[in-house]
Design a protein around this ligand. Sequence first.
Ligand SMILES: C[S@@+](CC[C@H](N)C(=O)[O-])C[C@H]1O[C@@H](n2cnc3c(N)ncnc32)[C@H](O)[C@@H]1O
Length: 197
Amino acid sequence: MAQVKSHIYTDRQWIAAGEYDREKHQLTMQIREIYVGQSFVLLTDEFIRSLQRLCGAFASIVELGAGIGWLGHWLSKYGLRLQASIDNKSWSDFPPERYLDLVQNMDAVAYLHLHPEVELFILSWPQEDDLAARIWQGLRPGQHLLYIGEERGGCTANSDFFDLIHGHEVENNASKEMRQSFLSFDDFHDQPHLYQK
Ligand SMILES: C[S@@+](CC[C@H](N)C(=O)[O-])C[C@H]1O[C@@H](n2cnc3c(N)ncnc32)[C@H](O)[C@@H]1O
């Protein structure tokens, strides 16, 4: 991870200094493409530690649209066990054999409706369809959603979702620290945001 980070920083410095090097930048792109075949979120030590602190406030946490399941895997390595990691395995770029055993094959909204006890749902890089909006609509008042994705008009969620979450962001020390610790690949504009319904 330190190596990946160093490539990201180096690229940013090149670009900032106007010294864009096509060959070296290509290498970063290759790393990014290999990485996103496993996880769209850059799972750095700093980010997972910030999640450890933020998630400590919640008794039950579930990841929806979990993909391969690496976020849940790393959180458990850091001592934080998710109640479930849910994915319907519909993303064609993730071959079925790549999913970690912890990922349960189920529709995210169906799970949400069956589990009112969950205090925090995590949703990263939902596609630009209506899933993120339907998840928000399915939440009960008081439940939280940690959304990791791009802003309105970006590559994740649809505009209904951004209308729905408007005014629901939770600002506290833990969410601030989480945002500060977060890194993205170049050309990715994802950010973590904590919302409460
Ligand atoms: C772009 S991928 C992101 C995966 C992962 N969260 C990440 O950040 O790497 C979107 C994921 O949502 C899953 N997905 C799409 N529709 C779903 C649904 N209705 N229920 C559960 N998972 C779904 C796909 O199978 C895919 O793994």
